[in-house]
Design a protein around this ligand. Structure first.
Ligand SMILES: Cc1cc2nc3c(=O)[nH]c(=O)nc-3n(C[C@H](O)[C@H](O)[C@H](O)COP(=O)(O)OP(=O)(O)OC[C@H]3O[C@@H](n4cnc5c(N)ncnc54)[C@H](O)[C@@H]3O)c2cc1C
Length: 384
């Protein structure tokens, strides 16, 4: 059975998404264009501010509401990647920002007047080993001067603010490798052309991802979030929400492939009968349903722990791993069931197939999750 949490939200999101059919997404995909109209519609309907407390103009709902929004977007054939970070990136300001920063930014993020949906962590030479980042913010009076490079920073061209992780103490001088990093809010409207260069990267999906170059970018010291040197811990704090929400998108993708695959298997006639009459076609769909349903339970479990303020790092990771693998299996089977038509753009299967593949790599790759489970849950020796 599909899950039924937040039925009103799901229904409203599904209604909104019906205004943005496959044709809309296909057109944008072809030319790698940002879905501005879709993002504006979600903003106006309040779906991107569900996690912002009411005192700052949001709806103050729990994470489950946001999972419902993203799952439904993906189930409809759309893609939340263009704006999902607007839902959760503000968590860094909410949890660790000063009262002034919260009052200044959160109401504008809630209204959509400010886009805070760029999140700058990954660097070309550090990869997943975040403690090796080298983008450096040097304090000079009441400013920080930033030099370095980031890669895969999504939505940088569509953000007014970016949460940026930099070193403020060189790794070798920090007490622990994870110390000495800080989070700065970068105002992209002032930064671009004044020390920040954005270079878009064309990828196999329409994801508005970019490379960033910092050359003496000057940022006011008042844009530091929390304490200097604690940034890595603040970023880690936000990762559980991100992983759970991405997992919900994968569940939506999985259900999209199941809906489409089942419908096609019933309708497509070969050898004088629907292909869905063959168990060779039924079983992969049934298996995909089992996998998506099991992964959805894990997403619900991680969400419930998150909402109850319980530790949920392992569960968030496991949910992301299971959901990304379930959606990929469903994608592969759905493509197979469509035969040659699976490759035709107009069916949207090949687009969604490409899109859902991302989530086994980002925001964290499968191997790194397995390594976390092996060492943190099973107590196996650390391999790195
Ligand atoms: C489209 C897209 C959008 C993204 N958006 C953002 C964003 O907005 N902000 C941001 O900061 N980052 C973003 N990322 C970066 C993303 O988080 C990273 O790509 C991801 O975490 C993997 O890191 P990496 O690419 O550096 O891979 P690497 O760390 O180089 O790893 C390469 C491969 O080796 C494996 N591997 C590495 N070390 C080990 C080990 N010890 N044991 C076993 N296997 C290992 C990994 O699992 C992986 O499969 C995005 C990436 C993509 C592709």
């Amino acid at each position: 059975m599909d899950h039924v949490s937040h039925p009103e939200i799901r229904e409203a999101v599904a209604r909104l998404c019906a205004r943005f059919p496959g044709e809309y997404w296909r057109g944008l995909d072809r030319d790698r264009i940002y879905p501005t109209e879709f993002v504006n519609a979600l903003t106006e309907a309040g779906f991107l501010s569900v996690l912002i407390p009411e005192e700052y103009g949001g709806s103050g709902l729990g994470l489950g509401a946001a999972t419902a929004v993203l799952e439904e977007i993906h189930r409809s054939g759309g893609n939340g990647g263009a704006c999902h970070a607007q839902i959760y990136t503000m968590g860094c300001v909410l949890r660790h920002g000063s009262p002034e920063q919260k009052a200044r930014y959160l109401p504008c993020v809630a209204s959509g007047e400010i886009r805070l949906q760029a999140f700058g962590v990954t660097e070309p030479t550090a990869g997943t080993d975040t403690t090796r980042i080298s983008t450096f913010a040097r304090r000079e009076g009441d400013r920080y001067i930033i030099n370095g490079q980031k890669i895969w920073i999504s939505r940088a061209e569509h953000s007014d603010l970016m949460v940026l992780l930099c070193r403020t103490t060189p790794r070798e001088e920090a007490k622990r490798a994870s110390d000495g990093m800080s989070v700065l809010l970068v105002d992209m409207r002032e930064a671009v052309g004044n020390g920040l260069t954005i270079r878009p990267i064309r990828t196999m999906i329409n994801h508005a991802t970019t490379e960033l170059f910092f050359d003496d970018l000057s940022v006011p010291a008042e844009n530091l979030i929390g304490e200097e040197g604690r940034g890595f811990h603040y970023i880690l704090d936000g990762m559980n929400a991100e992983r759970i929400l991405i997992a919900a998108e994968c569940i939506g993708d999985g259900r999209f492939f199941l809906d489409r695959g089942s419908a096609y298997a019933k309708e497509r006639q070969v050898f004088g009968r629907p292909i869905g009459e063959n168990q060779g076609v039924q079983f992969p769909l049934a298996r995909a349903h089992v996998q998506v349903s099991a992964a959805a339970l894990m997403v619900d479990h991680a969400t419930a722990l998150f909402e109850a303020d319980q530790p949920c790092g392992t569960e968030a990771n496991m949910a992301k791993l299971l959901a990304s693998e379930a959606s990929w299996y469903a994608a592969d089977q759905c493509l197979q069931i469509h035969g040659g038509f699976g490759f035709a753009e107009e069916y949207d299967i090949e687009r969604k197939f490409r899109e859902t593949r991302l989530y086994q790599v980002a925001p964290i790759s499968t191997n790194l999750i397995l390594s976390h489970v092996a060492t943190h849950v099973l107590g196996l020796p650390k391999s790195f």
